[in-house]
Design a protein around this ligand. Structure first.
Ligand SMILES: [Zn+2]
Length: 310
């Protein structure tokens, strides 16, 4: 009787500890969005105090998670300059960190942290666009520091996406790692706000070899492949976020994002208007797919290597 009681007790305890960790990961995900999209960050426009505050927060999270700096880079920062539409020189800063894998082949996991700032005295907080992508990137970083990946994973928080994909263009123009070693880009931009439970994964039209791996076992989320056929015109999302810079170098990509919603690029894109349960499921699915792609592409590369040796 006593041992039954003990078993029951320990089962109960282990269940509750699993639940606790899940909730902790979930609440950290939401907390990251809430902080980055709060009014104090003033809409995180490139070159402003709000963008600097966002960097301080992301750097502190990188450190907390235990991400490494690339050689010769301190505080994860890689500055770059570009001209805005008035011709003024603006400085942006990408934040780049990594988790070492088994292979020197790399996957760049990316999301932009900038948004559009203050317009007519209104703060555009950009909760979905793209505090949600950064929070998911931090979730993945935390997961892969505890579960060693096959590829080396480069976690990149891009600046100046809203100014015309400037951060990602600067990254591929002056790459901090060998571009040839980058086998895939997984980019996230707007992953927390959809009423129908639908998350798009775009990229398999041009890179059909990725198709078998882009699905989720979680029935609560619909992963839809699409928005990547050039025939769709403006509904082809290939060039609409930072994955474009990688695609231009023929680096395969999967871009995760939702359909535009009523709060897109409005002051109402706020924390209170995202869908927390959709977001949690979406971020889990992105983690699941990233893990699968990391492993399956690695297996393929090992098989190919053996073929060339024999
Ligand atoms: Zn965006």
């Amino acid at each position: 009787m006593k041992s039954y009681l003990l078993i029951t007790l320990s089962l109960l305890l282990s269940c509750s500890s699993v639940k606790k960790t899940d909730t902790q990961a979930g609440s950290q995900l939401l907390k990251d969005v809430e902080v980055l999209s709060s009014d104090a960050y003033e809409g995180r426009k490139t070159g402003t105090k709000g963008a600097e505050m966002a960097r301080v927060y992301i750097v502190s999270r990188f450190k907390e998670i235990g991400l490494k700096n690339l050689p010769d880079i301190s505080n994860y920062e890689i500055p770059f300059t570009f001209k805005d539409n008035k011709g003024d020189a603006i400085q942006g800063k990408n934040l780049v960190a990594y988790v070492e894998g088994k292979s020197k082949d790399m996957i760049v996991v990316s999301a932009h942290y900038d948004h559009i700032g203050i317009i007519n005295n209104e703060i555009y907080n950009g909760a979905d666009d793209n505090a949600s992508g950064i929070a998911t990137l931090l979730k993945l970083a935390s997961h892969f520091t505890k579960n060693k990946p096959d590829h080396t994973l480069i976690f990149t928080a891009f600046d100046a996406e809203e100014a015309g994909l400037q951060g990602s263009r600067a990254f591929v123009k002056n790459p901090p790692v060998q571009l040839d070693n980058i086998k895939l880009n997984i980019n996230m931009d707007m992953v927390s706000h959809n009423d129908k439970g639908e998350l798009y994964a775009c990229g398999t039209f041009k890179y059909p070899q990725l198709k078998p791996f882009v699905f989720s076992e979680n029935p609560k989320i619909k992963i839809i492949l699409g928005h990547d056929d050039p025939k769709l015109g403006s509904n082809d999302w290939t060039n609409q976020s930072d994955q474009a810079a990688f695609n231009d170098k023929d680096i395969p990509f999967i871009y995760f994002g939702v359909e535009d919603h009523k709060d897109y690029h409005k002051a109402t894109d706020e924390f209170k208007n995202i869908n927390p349960s959709f977001f949690t499921n979406a971020s889990e699915a992105i983690q699941e797919i990233t893990q699968r792609l990391d492993h399956q592409l690695y297996l393929k590369s090992v098989i190919n290597e053996k073929k060339t040796i024999n």
